[in-house]
Design a protein around this ligand. Structure first.
Ligand code: HEC
Length: 159
């Protein structure tokens, strides 16, 4: 788990550092591809969270195997390196087609902490999801809150 924590931290924070050193050789094509990749990652978060959320709200019957699979998917997603997705110059002030706020790349950015909160919530969900419905429901709030917590600070609201 320690390694994964580092992976997510470096995924989010490392992106900024890596990119600061990238001496401006980032093409429009790379920017566009990075935006598409991170939005796709978010869509996969959303899909898997939706599976868990529907069970938590008892819209679909609780099934340990499916719950486990969705929680494991979230953990796999969170463990991917995102360093190539969050390129400097790919914020919502600089380019079209993204809602990623420039604050992500600011010197005082807390995006790494938001990523850590999310990682911790997913870790707890992974332990809970396959146990029973009550455990899944109990773990749900923290996951949703950690998605929302990052969006509040770092995702531009829809116009
Ligand atoms: C560390 C910050 C962070 C966390 C954690 C996070 N998001 Fe996001 N999310 C963002 C940012 C920034 C964007 C805007 C990305 C862009 O438009 O380039 C975004 C965009 C999205 C989108 C829109 C994607 C699109 O196609 O435009 C969805 C859906 C989404 N997030 C769902 C989630 C869900 C569900 C979770 C939790 C399971 C989550 N996010 C966790 C930062 C975060």
């Amino acid at each position: 788990m320690r390694t994964s924590t580092l992976a997510i931290m470096s995924a989010v924070i490392g992106s900024v550092a890596v990119l600061a050193a990238a001496d401006g050789h980032i093409s429009d094509k790379q920017i566009a591809a990075g935006i598409k990749a991170r939005q796709s990652q978010m869509q996969l978060y959303s899909f898997n969270l939706g599976v868990l959320g529907a069970m938590a709200k008892e819209e679909t019957p609780y099934e340990a195997t499916a719950a486990n699979a969705a929680a494991n998917n979230l953990m796999s997603l969170v463990s991917l390196s995102q360093a190539g997705y969050w390129l400097p110059g790919s914020d919502s002030d600089s380019v079209e087609g993204t809602r990623a706020l420039p604050a992500i790349w600011a010197a005082d950015s807390k995006v790494g902490e938001k990523g850590k909160d999310f990682f911790d919530a997913v870790t707890a969900m992974q332990a809970a999801a396959g146990t029973d419905l009550g455990a899944l429901q109990a773990a749900m709030g923290a996951v949703g809150k950690s998605c929302g917590g990052c969006h509040e600070s770092y995702r531009k609201p829809r116009e």
